[in-house]
Design a protein around this ligand. Structure first.
Ligand code: IMP
Ligand code: MG
Length: 196
């Protein structure tokens, strides 16, 4: 397999207006194998931190659902079974942040005296997760930590540091493994650079 085929993937047909049909190729930034390995490593770290505690993992919809699902299934190996809840916030439309964060769905579990871990796909400007961290901290949790698969450190606009990070990446718009562009490509098992 040549280097170019190894790092380029064919994701299928993309239909646009009219009768034009495009083939979509994307460059793979992080392979499925690398993600699997990283999820195992993160699960081991999280098991050490949360074993024996009353913890709630809060997935951020929709982007965080794949990462959270893989992470918690890995945690059964450590006999760690966190309670799981979800929030849904939004600040993005297409590939751009609108800057206004809204809560569509709040947590349903009582977080009083719980150790809370927010699990999301990516930390970009940081505005969404800073907002969420402050929001959840007001619900009586013992502590609220943050675990993200990807960190676009160079794009940060607010002061927030993740406690657990899978990969630091550059300023690309990426899709796959939960990340989308207009709700597509979340199902890719790898992270690819979306070139439009
Ligand atoms: P932030 O508030 O700018 O940090 O944005 C966080 C949210 O924006 C993430 O949870 C994603 O849903 C979305 N986002 C940021 N960068 C990307 C990207 O490269 N691809 C897809 N979604 C992204
Ligand atoms: Mg998100």
């Amino acid at each position: 397999m040549s280097a170019s085929t190894r790092y380029t993937c064919y994701t299928g047909f993309r239909l646009t207006h009219g009768d034009f049909v495009y083939l979509t190729f994307m460059r793979v930034l992080i392979s499925e194998r690398a993600i699997k390995k990283k999820v195992k490593q993160l699960a081991a770290l999280l098991a050490r931190e949360y074993k024996g505690t009353d913890c709630v993992f809060v997935g951020v919809l929709y982007g965080g659902f794949v990462f959270l699902a893989d992470l918690v299934r890995e945690l059964h190996r450590y006999d760690l079974h966190p309670a799981i809840d979800f929030v849904r916030l939004t600040s993005y439309q297409g590939t751009e942040s609108t800057g206004t964060i809204r809560i569509y769905k709040d947590v349903e579990l009582d977080l009083t005296a719980k150790r809370v871990l927010i699990v999301d796909d990516i930390l970009d400007t940081g505005m969404t997760l800073k907002f969420l961290k402050e929001h959840l901290s007001q619900k009586g949790a013992t502590d609220v930590k943050l675990c993200v698969l990807l960190d676009k450190k160079g794009r940060r606009k607010v002061d927030i540091t993740p406690d657990y990070v899978g990969f630091e990446i550059g300023n690309y718009f990426v899709v796959g493994y939960g990340l989308d562009c207009d709700h597509r490509y979340r199902n890719l098992p790898y992270i690819a650079i979306y070139e439009g």
